[in-house]
Design a protein around this ligand. Structure first.
Ligand code: PHE
Ligand code: FE
Length: 261
């Protein structure tokens, strides 16, 4: 799996963790991070959910690539989560094991300047800017922990493909209904220069009320804007909807065809 990925996996531990080696980032990389941050910072007040906006404000993270250790210290105090540095995408069981232990894997490397608008693999900007702030939100933090445990179960049940669709339509591309209208909480949206506004306001995509079985069944496309987004009412709502035992649901959905995106 790691052969086609661009991170350096040679120094990773068994759990795929690495040193962040913050001193090794080039000045130009810190500057690129800041440029990415500044572009998104203009968009998020209008398009991100309140919980994310409040959390990023407490992080003072916009000037350079953050030091994971110091953010982890704040996170541990707030919700018991921490960041673990990784070389990039990691295998399912390693990923789920980290989440199940309240450790969020964050890629150490930053994209190249020519990837400013679009990148295929997650980098430190996507992982940090998109995912880390919501780990400060207690209900979201608990939900992601449950997701990790559910992931290990899905590995045993050979149901990771279905569970990954749920992740895609919530943790990566989820929308939420708020008093200010529809807002984004999905990391793929929050870190995207183009899709964030598109997801929240464009008339083209469908915005459906969150439906657990539908998300588990719906395929997704990783190389273009989504055609369907799923809208939750709150993180409590998401927590409630995903609380039931998925074992019988997997068994039933396995016999049905997947739905087109
Ligand atoms: N309830 C799920 C199960 O039994 C686990 C889960 C929790 C999955 C939260 C996703 C989110 O498998
Ligand atoms: Fe992500």
């Amino acid at each position: 799996m790691t052969a086609s990925l661009r991170g350096d996996y040679s120094r990773a531990a068994k759990d795929y963790s690495v040193e962040q080696d913050w001193g090794a980032y080039a000045t130009a990389e810190h500057a690129l991070f800041k440029r990415l941050f500044d572009r998104q910072a203009k968009l998020v007040p209008r398009y991100a959910c309140r919980e994310w906006i409040e959390a990023i404000a407490g992080l003072e993270a916009g000037n350079e690539i953050p030091k994971f250790d110091s953010v982890s210290k704040k996170l541990r105090a707030k919700t018991g989560w921490e960041i673990v540095a990784v070389p990039g995408l990691i295998p399912d069981d390693a990923f789920f094991t980290h989440l199940a232990n309240r450790r969020f894997p964050v890629t150490v490397w930053l994209r190249k300047p020519e990837e400013f608008d679009y990148i295929v693999e997650p980098d430190v900007f996507h992982d940090f800017f998109g995912h880390v702030p919501l780990l400060f939100e207690p209900v979201y933090a608990d939900h992601l922990h449950e997701y990790g445990k559910g992931g290990l179960k899905a590995v045993r049940l050979d149901a990771v493909k279905m569970l990954a669709r749920l992740y895609w339509y919530t943790i990566e591309f989820g929308l939420m209904r708020t008093p200010q209208g529809i807002r984004a909480y999905g990391a793929g949206l929050l870190s995207s220069g183009g899709e964030l506004a598109y997801a929240v306001t464009d008339e083209k995509p469908a915005r459906k009320n969150f439906d657990l079985e539908q998300t588990l069944r719906t395929d997704y496309q990783i190389d273009k804007y989504q055609t369907t987004y799923f809208v939750i009412e709150s993180f409590e709502h998401l927590m409630r909807e995903t609380a039931p035992d998925f074992t019988p649901i997997y068994a039933r959905l396995r016999t049905l065809p997947a739905l087109a995106p």
